[in-house]
Design a protein around this ligand. Structure first.
Ligand code: AVI
Length: 320
């Protein structure tokens, strides 16, 4: 690990126990459903990076292009010194565009991510490319209560939540996250990327790529259960299912049993009938005004908005 990076290590077994408990609960409810946060182990994080480069998956390159074009304008909203908190930090690629628009000595960067080894590797890379940048990674589930390092004197705390990751929350979870963020970012603000409502064919292609990377990403949830928890099931008995649900304005991802089968987990047997699914992810799509109204209810004041020419993706500044 590079000098200058302070590392907070969680207990690995606690994470496994939580996965096991949540998977048992997911398989016991009807319909079966689990949080998408369990996609992101080492393998899942790498598969997600591949998704971001797929020709069909427009959100990443659209948001990157917005950040590239408007980084200086976005950074101008932050004010002087900044403690920049990235929620669900991942590969730390997008934040570089913001960092490039900020005087390095005025920034303390706090990437928060649940996947420890992946975050550590990303921080090493960032520290090598941005010598002198203060980086304090925090391994945590940012949707649960967590303690950020104190904000340096004279700095504003600014959250960065790109990628429309908020779309993967239920509306209640999104509201809870926005309220938590509005409280911990009070006096600063939040820069957030959201995926917009659009032509269903564009959405369908983005979650059903020809190369099958999204299918592998989805399946990794059960692969991970096999690797980490010893779950047993016929792997060829599940298939990837992703479709747009217009009533909820969201893409839904499921793992569908192609025949009646049993999944064994920690001594319990969970039966799937043919066609039954484990719901693995929602990906909500928003309108700008609808999202701003939700943010306002959580305590933010809507600020500037940057949107691409297709009106497929938006980056919003929200004052806390
Ligand atoms: C991380 N998140 C915003 C992605 C999305 O588009 O909802 C996750 C993803 N799932 C399938 N493809 C990408």
């Amino acid at each position: 690990m590079k000098p200058g990076i302070e590392w907070r290590q969680p207990r690995a077994s606690a994470e496994n126990q939580q996965f096991a408990g949540d998977l048992h609960a997911a398989l016991s409810r009807a319909p079966k459903a689990i949080s998408p946060k369990y996609f992101y182990d080492e393998t899942g994080s790498r598969l997600f990076e591949r998704i971001c480069e797929l020709p069909e998956y427009y959100p990443t390159r659209t948001e990157l292009s917005l950040l590239r074009t408007h980084a200086a304008d976005m950074a101008a909203q932050f004010g002087g010194g900044v403690q920049l908190v990235e929620y669900g930090a991942g590969a730390l690629l997008k934040v570089r565009l913001l960092l490039d628009a900020l005087p390095r000595e005025t920034v303390q960067f706090v990437p928060v991510d649940i996947s420890g080894p992946h975050l550590l590797a990303a921080c090493d890379g960032l520290a090598g490319d941005y010598p002198g940048l203060a980086i304090q990674p925090l391994v945590a589930d940012f949707t649960r209560p967590h303690t950020l390092p104190p904000c340096p004197r004279g700095s504003r705390r600014v959250g960065f939540f790109p990628g429309s990751s908020i779309g993967n929350f239920t509306p209640a979870e999104a509201d809870a996250f926005l309220r938590l963020a509005a409280a911990e970012l009070a006096g600063g603000g939040l820069l957030i990327g959201i995926d917009l409502v659009k032509d269903e064919a564009v959405l369908h292609a983005a979650y059903n790529d020809a190369a099958g990377v999204t299918a592998a990403f989805n399946m990794n949830l059960l692969d991970r259960a096999a690797r980490e928890l010893g779950a047993e099931f016929p792997r060829d008995g599940f298939e990837h299912l992703a479709f747009y649900n217009p009533a909820y304005r969201r893409i839904e991802m499921h793992l569908r049993a192609t025949r009646a089968l049993d999944l064994q987990l920690g001594g319990e047997i969970y039966a799937f009938h043919e066609g039954e699914t484990l719901h693995t992810e929602h990906s909500h799509k928003y309108t700008v005004s609808g999202f701003q109204a939700m943010a306002a209810r959580a305590g933010f004041r809507p600020g500037k908005v940057w949107i691409d020419a297709n009106r497929w993706f938006a980056v919003l500044w929200l004052e806390a």
